[in-house]
Design a protein around this ligand. Structure first.
Ligand code: 5GP
Ligand code: ZN
Length: 112
């Protein structure tokens, strides 16, 4: 997807501050952090949003959650964090490549 921002970040064509990478996913710091720890985890294979997850491609979502749990321990924020994915413009999705926000480092309020 040559016109997809996050595909270009994964490919290294657009610089990013890498947090973690493996064969299936890439994690990098959000450019406009909303918490002291705020990074995004994306599947390397392009999916537009959570609405495109199917039984056939869902394994990467479980893998991403396992990676997040490991990073929480390794980076020292396992005591409290939030994982968010915005799906569709009504939910505030601005980049149409599936991504999970990981937020920690401050008291997070309720949201609606
Ligand atoms: P969304 O609003 O789609 O859920 O989240 C998109 C996120 O991507 C936003 O939090 C925004 O700050 C972040 N973002 C947008 N462009 C870039 C970029 O070029 N680099 C990085 N690291 N983050 C970006
Ligand atoms: Zn993409």
């Amino acid at each position: 997807m040559e016109d997809c921002l996050f595909c270009n970040i994964i490919a290294g064509k657009i610089p990013s501050e890498k947090v973690y990478e493996d064969d299936l996913c890439y994690a990098f710091r959000d450019i406009s952090p909303l918490a002291p720890t705020h990074f995004l985890v994306v599947p390397k294979a392009h999916l537009a949003s959570a609405a495109e997850v199917t039984e056939e491609n869902a394994a990467v979502v479980g893998h991403i959650f396992a990676v997040i749990a490991k990073l929480a321990k390794d980076m020292g924020f396992a005591d409290g964090f939030r994982v968010v994915t915005n799906c569709g413009e009504l939910a505030g999705q601005t980049v149409h490549h599936l991504h999970f926000h990981v937020l920690s480092g401050r008291q997070l309020g309720s949201f609606n």
